[in-house]
Structure formats: structure tokens, C-alpha cells
Design a protein around this ligand. Structure first.
Ligand SMILES: C[S@@+](CC[C@H](N)C(=O)[O-])C[C@H]1O[C@@H](n2cnc3c(N)ncnc32)[C@H](O)[C@@H]1O
Length: 248
């Protein structure tokens, strides 16, 4: 099945009202701190938050830098980001309506999995100034031993996801877009799978398929994700990778 941008905006408009509480990582302060560490914002910086959603990343920068601009394709999500933004633009990441070299920092958390690649990351690099940072943050499988099972679960939980990553894939994405000095940071987010799957945009059939996937998970998956079962629900330690590169 081909996934269109209308499919993506349909999914996220259904989730907009409850998005911020749909995962523990959404508002996780430690993950937020890692994003700030990776970007090193200064007071004079102009920051672009690509796929800003409800502004959970924008708000990390708000008040610390000279300007925060958000861009997203789902108005129902992005309207909520407005209090944390100097400017909101509704546009696709693949065609950013900004000048070359306009920003000091471009950040995109949980966004590139829905985008045309490599076009979207090339656009992020185009609009950042030479010497500026491009940071992409995404859930990743730990490696070859959990990728098939984890990607199936991720697909069930969000059927409009188009790309699935291992940690080193994020390095490649930035490298191929022309970034240098690429560094990866890891963060493990502890998610109650039943809460995480209750995202407002998938049916009970998908949620039951996710539970079934955890019930039959391989030993390797259970070990890597340190899966715990508590009263019939599962807890998964999900891996985030924060990949930061510099435009030469
Ligand atoms: C999982 S949310 C992430 C929101 C926010 N970055 C965060 O970390 O909470 C994904 C967001 O990506 C946006 N999005 C998906 N594809 C996009 C595209 N091609 N261009 C711009 N935004 C896109 C969606 O509308 C949605 O708001």
C-alpha cells in the first residue's frame, strides 16, 4: 500500500487531541535534555522544528534562543505548538519554504519516518547555515535480532509510518545529506504498551495484534527490549537515537 501525505495528516488529525499523553517519551525530560545537549543552543540562534507536531520539541528551545519556527503538515497538531513558536508554517518537509542557510539549528523528532527520504533531510541541510546543526531523533530497533518483530509492532501502532531504522541508519541519513561530525546518542524510554497503543487513531483489532505480537515475541526481542509482563499488559524499553550532524 502506498502511503500518501493525506493518510499522514488523517492519522495525526485523529491523534491531535490526545497526542501529548500517547507515549511516555513525548514529555520525557531526559530525552528533551539529550536533544538540547545534541544541539547546544545559544541565545542568538534561529531554530527550525521540522514536523513540530504539538510543539513538544519547540518548547525545549522557547525562551533559550532568538527564534523558534515550526513547520508541519497537520494543522490540528501544529495549532497546539503556536504558544511555543515565533512562527508556524504549514508545509511539507520535502519542500521547506525557507531560504538556504536561514537557521542555526534544524531539529526533527519522530518525523523522518513519515517523509520522502532523502529529499526531506536534504531540505533540512539546505536551510541550515554552514557550521549549523541538523538533529534527527527517532525510535530505532536495537539491531538485527529485534528488527522484524519491532518494525511489525511499530507498523501496527502507526500504519502511516514509511521508514524503520536501526541506529546506524540515522548516521547514514545525515551523512548522505552532506553532514559531517555526526554523533549518535541513545536513550531508552519505558513504555506501557497498552497505553502506547491507545493513540486514538488505530482500532481495537490493531491493539490486539500488538498484544499478540508481545505474547509471541522471541527470546531475543524480550531480552533486548527487557519486556516485562504485568497483569496481562507489557512494558517495553524502546530505543531512541538522537543523531546530530554539522553542515560543513
Ligand atoms: C510523531 S509526530 C512528532 C511531533 C513532534 N516532533 C514530537 O516529537 O512530539 C509526527 C509529526 O510529523 C508530521 N509530519 C509527517 N510527515 C510530514 C511531512 N512530510 N512534512 C512535515 N510534517 C510532517 C505530522 O503531521 C506529525 O505532526
Amino acid at each position: 500500500m502506498t502511503i500518501s501525505q493525506d493518510d499522514v495528516t488523517g492519522h495525526f488529525s485523529a491523534r491531535a487531541a490526545t497526542y501529548d499523553r500517547s507515549s511516555s517519551w513525548c514529555t520525557d525530560e531526559e530525552l528533551g535534555r539529550l536533544v538540547l545537549d545534541a544541539t547546544g543552543p545559544r541565545g542568538s540562534d534561529r531554530v527550525l522544528d521540522v514536523a513540530c507536531g504539538t510543539g513538544l520539541v519547540s518548547r525545549l528551545f522557547s525562551g533559550r534562543v532568538a527564534e523558534v519556527v515550526g513547520v508541519d503538515i497537520t494543522p490540528e497538531m501544529a495549532e497546539q505548538a503556536k504558544p511555543h513558536l515565533d512562527r508556524l508554517v504549514i508545509a511539507p518537509a520535502e519542500h521547506l519554504p525557507f531560504e538556504d542557510d536561514e537557521f542555526d539549528i534544524v531539529v526533527c523528532r519522530q518525523g523522518i519516518q513519515f517523509m520522502d527520504l532523502p529529499e526531506a533531510v536534504a531540505e533540512m541541510v539546505r536551510v541550515v547555515r554552514p557550521g549549523g546543526s541538523v538533529v534527527v531523533v527517532n525510535l530505532c530497533a536495537y539491531g538485527a535480532d529485534d528488527r522484524e518483530e519491532y518494525f511489525e509492532v511499530l507498523r501496527l501502532r502507526n500504519p502511516v509510518r514509511r521508514h524503520f531504522f536501526l541506529p546506524e541508519d540515522l548516521r547514514t541519513v545525515l551523512h548522505d545529506a552532506g553532514c559531517s561530525e555526526i554523533e549518535l546518542r541513545r536513550y531508552v524510554s519505558v513504555e506501557d504498551v497498552d497505553v502506547w497503543s491507545d493513540n486514538g487513531a488505530i482500532g481495537e483489532d490493531h491493539r490486539e495484534s500488538i498484544r499478540a505480537a508481545y505474547r509471541r515475541a522471541s527470546g531475543a526481542f524480550r531480552t533486548l527490549h527487557a519486556v516485562r509482563e504485568e497483569n496481562g499488559t507489557f512494558v517495553d524499553r524502546m530505543l531512541f537515537v538522537v543523531a546530530a550532524g554539522r553542515k560543513p
